[in-house]
Design a protein around this ligand. Structure first.
Ligand code: DAH
Length: 346
């Protein structure tokens, strides 16, 4: 017994010290202190030792066990300290490195254009009204003097929803909704999305319009010309030429389409003798919006007396104005949301 105690002590002394990982320590613990560990077994066989020597050997075995337990304990502590130091070393952060730049979004060009248009009208005392995107036939057509079977319905290929409802094809129904609930004087713009069954490089199934109208006693075509000329001078450039060309809309009489001189060829129509301007197709003019004096039959639909009140109205496509202003040739670019396109409008 004495001999095996000596050799065990030697073995243990050789195994403790610097451990390289926790498994090594666990292994040591099992090998000596486990249920069938060498030290455990020796402690258990103490009863076979003659009584006289038992206390002394017992004492030595116990001291050996305490020693081993202490060694294991400090070994574990050391390992953890070393691990922590390693992490601190490897995960060091260089706080002097420049940070990575935060991506900053930009405002969509249609929103920019819309805000700019709205701003000019707010400056002239207009207020903003809105209506529903899902409309009924009455507000989108009937009350705007576009009866069933009227050929003007064909120009606006309509998306129909259930229950006779539809996606509004223009913002003009907001005129009706405002006049149904309020009395003149009115000076309103109605911006928003509109929908038509149409899809090519200059037409999108969803696009945006800004509608406007003004109703009071004695509103004349001169007011219309004044407001729209000022608006176009603000949006494009002060000196740009504007023309009012006779046209037809069921909800206005008389009606006018409003043109500005071509932004590319400055109204010349052809940059050289051989070719005509790509943007205005040689006419020298660009069509910008539709307008007119509100038709008396529209007033009747909303219960206004055409004898007492008169007014003008207009409607414009936001994408079209943005395309002319920013020289964009395909309307679909606005809706594809290619980040390289959108970034240009910061
Ligand atoms: N609603 C017409 C369209 O979508 C635009 C328009 C023309 C509106 C003349 C008006 C107007 O208010 O007076 O094509």
């Amino acid at each position: 017994m004495k001999d095996s105690l000596e050799s065990l002590r030697g073995e243990i002394a050789a195994r403790v010290g610097r451990f390289s990982n926790e498994q090594e320590i666990d292994q040591l613990r099992v090998e000596y202190l486990g249920r069938k560990g060498k030290l455990t077994l020796m402690l258990r066989s103490l009863k076979e030792v003659p009584v006289k020597e038992r206390p002394k050997i017992g004492n030595q075995l116990n001291r050996l066990r305490s020693y081993l337990e202490e060694q294991i304990e400090t070994g574990l502590k050391e390992l953890r300290v070393r691990e922590k130091e390693r992490l601190l070393r490897e995960e060091r952060i260089d706080i002097s490195l420049p940070g990575s730049r935060l991506e900053r979004g930009s405002i969509h060009p249609i929103t920019l254009m819309m805000d700019e248009i709205i701003d000019v009208f707010l400056g002239m005392g207009f207020e903003i009204a809105r209506g529903p995107d899902i409309e009924d036939d009455y507000h989108n057509f009937e009350a705007l003097n576009i009866p069933k079977d009227h050929p003007a319905r064909d120009m606006q290929d309509t998306f129909f929803v259930t229950d006779g409802r539809l996606l509004r094809t223009h913002t003009s129904p907001v005129q009706i909704r405002v006049m149904e609930t309020r009395q003149p004087p009115l000076q309103i713009i109605a911006p928003g999305a509109v929908y038509r069954h149409d899809d090519d490089s200059t037409h999108s199934p969803i696009f945006h319009q800004v509608e406007g109208f003004m109703v009071d006693h004695h509103i004349t075509f001169r007011d219309l010309k004044g407001v729209l000329t000022h608006f176009l001078h603000q949006i494009f450039q002060k000196e740009i030429k504007v023309r009012f060309r006779p046209s037809f809309f069921p909800f206005t009489e008389p009606s006018a389409e409003v043109d500005i001189e071509c932004l590319l060829c400055s109204g010349k129509g052809s940059p050289s003798a051989q070719q005509s301007c790509r943007v205005c197709k040689g006419s020298g003019w660009l069509e910008i919006l539709g307008s007119g004096m509100i038709d008396p039959s529209v007033f009747q639909f909303v219960g206004y007396s055409p004898e007492k009140f008169s007014g003008f109205a207009f409607g414009m496509g936001v994408e079209r104005i943005a395309m002319l202003k920013f020289r964009i040739e395909d309307i679909r670019l606005f809706f594809q949301n290619d980040i390289r396109f959108l970034r240009q409008f910061r």
